[in-house]
Ligand binder design. Structure first.
Ligand SMILES: [Fe+2]
Ligand SMILES: [Fe+2]
Length: 262
């Protein structure tokens, strides 16, 4: 059962946290002592989030005005406030943990951008802005926007990144950094749930499941080797279960959905 929009508005208020309150400086010394391979994997993931969260915070703006009702619009606005918190905490991580130079967030982001895999940059700096602009101009509908933003970028790409970070930080060497990722991941769970609710209400043609699965399978590769194969597999399985939960994947699988629609 997918919750009603009012439930997400209440959750957004209850889960709010302060990105300035996390003592990330305490983890910076421990970062220097990490194993080289682990530090390289974490660097790619954290740099990716630094770029991605900045983009999702900005590109969510046209979603609220296209919502069907004021409660749904208010939830998009609350989600945007979450994304701005995520943007801020990953900027602090870039500065304090990754040691990105620069006087402001923009220059620090430019620095870490050089570490981010090209397919990830393409998703967040090309595809997402293009879709958000099309939505703002009325050339794309909310279904298109939420499918890309909530189901693919948040539900697959960022979810894979959060899981990989939580596993890589699992030994507790950097407890405050891990706590920051847990807080972001907790917010993202309701964002994806809200996206599913939107898709459910927009009543898409069942054949959309073919596109959403293919997009998910391509998008989960965007991080490159920074995401272990087992995590990719689990994230895609979860993507499939989410689509099934809103009636988009019948027991017979994707081919049955296509056959039924045809
Ligand atoms: Fe986020
Ligand atoms: Fe989000």
């Amino acid at each position: 059962m997918i919750a009603a929009p009012r439930h997400f508005a209440a959750l957004a208020t209850r889960l709010r946290w302060d990105p300035e309150a996390l003592d990330l400086a305490a983890d910076a010394a421990a970062w220097q002592a990490l194993d080289g391979a682990l530090r390289r994997q974490l660097t790619v993931l954290l740099a990716g989030f630094c770029v991605a969260e900045h983009r999702v915070a900005g590109e969510l703006a046209p979603f609220a005005p296209t919502a069907r009702d004021p409660v749904t619009a208010a939830v998009f606005t609350a989600q945007r406030a979450d994304e701005q918190r995520h943007d801020r905490v990953f900027d602090r991580i870039a500065e304090l943990i990754l040691g990105a130079p620069g006087q402001d967030a923009s220059s620090r982001r430019d620095f870490v951008r050089g570490i981010v895999p090209a397919p990830l940059l393409d998703l967040f700096e090309e595809r997402l802005p293009q879709t958000a602009l099309a939505l703002a101009l009325g050339r794309a509908d909310l279904l298109e926007g939420v499918s890309l933003y909530h189901l693919i970028l948040e539900g697959v790409v960022l979810s894979a990144g959060q899981r990989a970070l939580l596993v890589a930080l699992g030994d507790g060497t950097l407890p405050n950094l891990r706590h920051a990722i847990q807080l972001v991941e907790r917010d993202e769970r309701w964002h994806v749930g809200f996206g599913l609710r939107c898709v459910l209400e927009l009543r898409p043609d069942p054949t959309i499941v073919v596109t959403l699965m293919a997009e998910g399978e391509a998008a989960v590769q965007a991080w490159g080797p920074a995401i272990p194969v087992e995590i990719r597999r689990r994230v895609l399985a979860q993507h499939r279960r989410r689509l099934a939960a809103i009636g988009l994947l019948p027991a017979g699988g994707i081919h049955a959905a296509v056959g039924r629609a045809g």
